[in-house]
Structures are given as C-alpha cells and as structure tokens.
Design a protein around this ligand. Sequence first.
Ligand SMILES: NC(=O)c1ccc[n+]([C@@H]2O[C@H](COP(=O)([O-])OP(=O)(O)OC[C@H]3O[C@@H](n4cnc5c(N)ncnc54)[C@H](OP(=O)(O)O)[C@@H]3O)[C@@H](O)[C@H]2O)c1
Length: 265
Amino acid sequence: MPTFSEDALGGESVVVTGATGGIGWSVAERAAKAGAGVLATGRDTDRLEEIDDRLAEVDASGRTTTHEADITNEAERVELASKAEQMGVTMLVNAAGITGSRTDFEDLSQHEVAEILDLNFVSTLRFTQELYRSMKDRSGGAIVNIASLSGLRGTYKSIPYCSSKFALVGFTQSLALEAIEHDIRVNAVCPGWVDTEMGREGIRSKAEAHGRAYDEQLERELDAIPSKRMSTPDDVANAVVYLLSDASENIVGESLKISGGSVLR
Ligand SMILES: NC(=O)c1ccc[n+]([C@@H]2O[C@H](COP(=O)([O-])OP(=O)(O)OC[C@H]3O[C@@H](n4cnc5c(N)ncnc54)[C@H](OP(=O)(O)O)[C@@H]3O)[C@@H](O)[C@H]2O)c1
C-alpha cells in the first residue's frame, strides 16, 4: 500500500487548467515539486511566461511546459489535449473557473448564465472528454475537479456559479463510477474561501450586495469559519496532489471540503 511521500507524483504527467490563477498555479508548482511533468495552461500569455520560468526552478522531471488555451474554444481544447497526449499525460486538474457578479435572480441575463456554465461545467467536461480517451488507452490515471463549497450548498446571489459547481460535483460522481472500470480515479475538492484574486473579489462583491465595507465583510466571513482563516492556495494544492497520488488509491468520486470546518455535514 503506497504512503504519501514528497515525490508522490514521480514519473507522472499532469495537465493543470487555470494554472495562471491562484489555485491552479499552486497545484502546478506542488505537482512539479512532487516529481510530475506539468503542462500548465491558461489564457494570460505574460503570466504563462512567468510560470515557465518559475516551474523550471522546481521541475524535477525536466518535462514541465506551458500552453496558452481558452478552454471554451473547441479548437484550442483539441490542440491542448493533443499536446498533453504527446506528453503522455495521465492526470488532469480542472482549475479554470469564473464566478460572475452577484446578481438578483430576476436580473440574471442569458449571457451570464451561459458564460459561467460554459466554462465551469460544459467546456470543462468537454476538455476532460478529450483527455479521457488517451487515459483509457494508457489504462490508468487521475482527475481532480476544483469545485467549491458552492457545489454542495446554495450561496447568496450566485445562482449561475453555484449551479455550475453543483453540476461539476455531479459530473465528478457520475464519471467516477464509469472511469474506475479503467483504473482512472475521479475526485473533486470543494474549497470555501481561498485567498486568491477570485476569493477576495467574492468577499468584495458580497460586501457590496449587503452595503458593507470590505473589512467588515471579511471579518464576518472569518468569524463564520471554525479555523478562523481563509484557505491558502497551498492548502488546496496539497489536497489535490494527495488525490492525484497512489496514496489515495481507494478514494473515488469524493468531494473533499477544504474550508476550516465551515460546513460540517
Ligand atoms: N478563490 C476561491 O475562494 C475559490 C473557492 C472555491 C472554489 N474556487 C475555484 O477554484 C478554481 C480556481 O480559482 P482561483 O481562486 O485560483 O481563481 P483565479 O485566480 O481567478 O483563476 C482562475 C483561472 O481560470 C482561468 N480561466 C478563466 N477563464 C478561462 C478560459 N475561458 N479558458 C481557460 N482558462 C480560463 C484563468 O486564466 P487566465 O487568467 O489566464 O484567463 C485563471 O487561471 C475555480 O474553478 C474556482 O471556481 C475558488
């Protein structure tokens, strides 16, 4: 029975979407430190250049690289998947995501609903499908979807985001049942507040919706967390690397909460 070790992903290759963002970057860095070849992807080319340099500093595999792709664009998804296949990728972390604004239900536009569901659910599913075929051919792999506590319970004035994350959790569980027949494990993590640009923006928009100052809203949010702190991107990345590794070999279709005890049920 494998136990978790520092080189837990040695010999593996992983694609990380949303690697230009807070959580995705931390996952890419930790996976590279754990010995994996990493294909880090996002749309921001300046950030991808920085990531190339920073990954080179921690790359134990000699196989880390970056690739610009908009996951909502089919041609770009196919190109990214083909690059991943050439790299022999057997692992995928879906971290790309958007939240949208806090909107009253009756004011939600078709565009906003479609845009959020497209990236967070439909295009994420379609990209996973592209890679799944080659994972099946290689008979094994692991997929981790970055969902959210918003995929487990409703959140205030956040219907498209919340719905997209519930869909992602449902996708995780359904695919897990099918994929395990091919020795591919599929899991999700469900973070609460994470200290990234997206997390801070979420608190800012909640403050606005309630007519409060940012600091007051932040204090309220921290007060509601039993551990009294937001998660860091590394808190999430550590859990993701564990779920990718053989040390979690019988964990299948799970939605792991990372929230300092915010939702204890
Ligand atoms: N932060 C939180 O409090 C929190 C809590 C729970 C769950 N999450 C989830 O964790 C994931 C990462 O969040 P984060 O906090 O790291 O957010 P972030 O820093 O805003 O990063 C979002 C990432 O998504 C990428 N992205 C957006 N649209 C894309 C598109 N069309 N194609 C490809 N990539 C796209 C961005 O790439 P570019 O910038 O290069 O476009 C960026 O890398 C998201 O799925 C989010 O829902 C976050």
